[in-house]
Write a protein that binds this ligand. Structure first.
Ligand code: SF4
Ligand code: SF4
Length: 416
C-alpha cells in the first residue's frame, strides 16, 4: 500500500560527476535526525564506563582468529598487514606534523576540504565536532584537534556481492589500503591550507566512529550495527581526519532508517551466527539493535569475514533512494524474501536461501574471551579446578606468560 511522504532528503551524487539525489522518507518511517539519544546517559556512560577498542578488550580472540583462518585468508591477511603497516604508522604521528603554509585569515575551509576529499574519491564527506565521549581510553591523550572530518570510501560493489568469500575480503582490506593512502594526501592538503590534520586510521581507530558519521549527516545506524550511508549503505569503509582549521559542522539527518530496519529485519533473519537482535534497546544512551559479539566472531573468523549482514542489506545492494522509493510506492522492503538479496553460500555448507540458516554445534562458539591476560587466567583457573595446585615449575611458566603479555603491552591496531 502506498505511503505518504514525510520529508525528502537531498544529498550530493555518489561521485562528483553524478547529479544530486532525492530520497523520500515515508511518514511511518520518520523519527529523529540521527539516532534517538539521551544526552545525560551518553555523558554518564562515557564518564563512568569509557569505551575501549575491541583490539584491546577482545585481544584474546583476535589472536585466536589467526589459528582458524583458511590458508588463503591467512596468507592474504599477512600480505595486507605488511602493505598496510606503513599507512597506519604514518597516521599515528600525522597530528604532530606542522602546517606547510600560512592560513588565509578568516577563511572557512569546509568546502575546499569537502571538494578535495570528493575529488580524491571519498563518496561521503561530513563535518562535526570530534566527540570525546566516544574516544577509546587508550587513545584519550592521542587525539589533538576538535573538528572531525568524516570520510567514507566505497568498497567495490561486485566483489562485495560474493560475500562471504576471499574475493570480498580483497575488496574489504583493499579499500582500507586505498583510503589509508588517500587520507595522507587529504591531510597534506589541509596542512597546505595552513592547519594541522591528524589521521584516524580505519585500522587503528581512536573512537567509535559511527556516532560521529551520524552526527555529520552521512547516514544512520542499521540493525546490522553498520552505518547505512545513502549511496552504498554499509559498503563503506569509515575513517576520520581531525583538524584545528575553521570548519562548519553538518547536521544529523533522518533518512528513515531507524524505523525502516524494524520493518526490514533481513540482516537479523539471515545472520548465520544469529548474532543480531530483533528488538532495539537503550544502550549507553542511544536506542539501537545490539550485536552479540560472541555469536559473530566465530563465524567471521571461519568464513572469510562473513559480513552476510552487509551483503543482504537492501540499502547496500540497491542504494537508499530505490529502497525508500519502493517503500513509499508499495509499503514493502525491496528484495526481501528473494534469493537475489537474501541468498548466500558458506564454503563447507553450501547455499542458504531465504528462510534457511546453517547449523553450528555448541563447540563452534567456544572461543577465547576478553583480554589476552584474562583468557590466560581463565585457563589457569580451569586447570586448578581440574588438576589441583600445579608444581612450582608450572606456576613459574604461567607467571612468565603473564609477564610477557604485560611487557608487550596492548596494541590498538586491528582490522575493523
Ligand atoms: S558478520 Fe556474519 S555472523 Fe557477524 S553479525 Fe554479520 S552476518 Fe552475523
Ligand atoms: S538489512 Fe534491513 S534491517 Fe538490516 S541494516 Fe539493512 S535495512 Fe536495516
Amino acid at each position: 500500500m502506498p505511503k505518504a511522504v514525510h520529508h525528502v532528503v537531498k544529498r550530493p551524487g555518489r561521485t562528483l560527476d553524478e547529479p544530486d539525489v532525492e530520497i523520500p522518507v515515508a511518514e511511518d518511517l520518520a523519527t529523529v535526525p540521527g539516532i534517538p539519544q539521551r544526552e545525560d546517559d551518553v555523558a554518564f556512560y562515557s564518564r563512568v564506563y569509557p569505551l575501549e577498542t575491541q583490539n584491546i578488550e577482545k585481544a584474546a580472540d583476535r589472536e585466536w582468529v589467526w589459528t582458524v583462518y583458511s590458508e588463503e585468508v591467512f596468507k592474504y591477511r599477512e600480505e595486507h598487514d605488511e602493505r598496510n603497516e606503513p599507512l597506519v604508522h604514518a597516521a599515528s604521528y600525522s597530528g604532530d606534523l606542522e602546517p606547510t603554509a600560512e592560513p588565509v585569515v578568516g577563511k572557512n575551509i569546509t568546502e575546499d576540504v569537502r571538494q578535495k576529499a570528493r575529488e580524491l574519491g571519498f563518496g561521503e564527506v561530513g563535518f562535526t565536532r570530534y566527540n570525546r565521549r566516544y574516544t577509546y581510553v587508550s587513545k584519550k591523550h592521542w587525539v589533538k584537534y576538535e573538528h572531525a572530518i568524516c570520510i567514507a570510501l566505497e568498497q567495490d560493489y561486485t566483489q562485495t556481492q560474493t560475500i562471504p568469500s576471499l574475493e570480498a575480503e580483497f575488496a574489504h582490506f583493499g579499500t582500507y589500503e586505498t583510503e589509508g593512502a588517500l587520507a595522507l594526501e587529504l591531510a597534506e592538503y589541509i596542512r597546505g591550507l595552513g592547519y594541522h590534520a591528524q589521521i584516524h586510521s580505519p585500522n587503528d581507530n581512536s573512537a567509535a566512529y559511527i556516532p560521529m558519521f551520524v552526527a555529520a549527516g552521512l547516514g544512520q545506524l542499521g540493525a546490522n550495527g553498520q552505518l547505512l550511508s545513502p549511496h552504498f549503505g554499509s559498503r563503506a569503509r569509515l575513517m576520520m581526519i581531525t583538524t584545528d582549521g575553521p570548519v562548519t559542522y553538518d547536521s544529523p539527518i533522518d533518512y528513515g532508517i531507524h524505523n525502516f530496519c524494524q520493518q526490514c529485519q533481513v540482516c537479523v533473519n539471515r545472520c548465520p551466527g544469529r548474532a543480531l537482535e530483533k528488538e532495539k534497546v537503550w544502550w549507553r544512551g542511544a536506542e539501537k539493535n545490539k550485536l552479540i559479539y560472541e555469536r559473530c566472531r566465530p563465524v567471521m573468523a571461519r568464513y572469510e569475514g562473513c559480513a552476510v549482514c552487509m551483503k543482504v542489506c537492501p540499502v547496500q545492494r540497491y542504494g537508499m533512494k530505490p529502497v525508500m522509493e519502493h517503500y513509499v510506492e508499495t509499503g514493502e522492503v525491496l528484495g526481501k524474501g528473494t534469493d537475489n538479496l537474501e541468498g548466500y553460500s558458506l564454503s563447507d555448507k553450501g547455499y542458504f536461501g531465504p528462510g534457511q540458516l546453517p547449523h553450528f554445534d555448541r563447540a563452534f562458539f567456544d572461543i577465547p574471551h576478553g583480554r589476552k591476560e584474562d583468557w590466560l587466567f581463565e585457563q589457569f583457573k580451569q586447570r586448578l579446578e581440574r588438576e589441583g595446585v600445579p608444581d612450582t615449575e608450572q606456576v613459574l611458566e604461567f607467571a612468565g606468560k603473564v609477564k610477557k603479555i604485560l611487557d608487550e603491552g596492548n596494541s590498538t591496531r586491528g582490522d575493523e
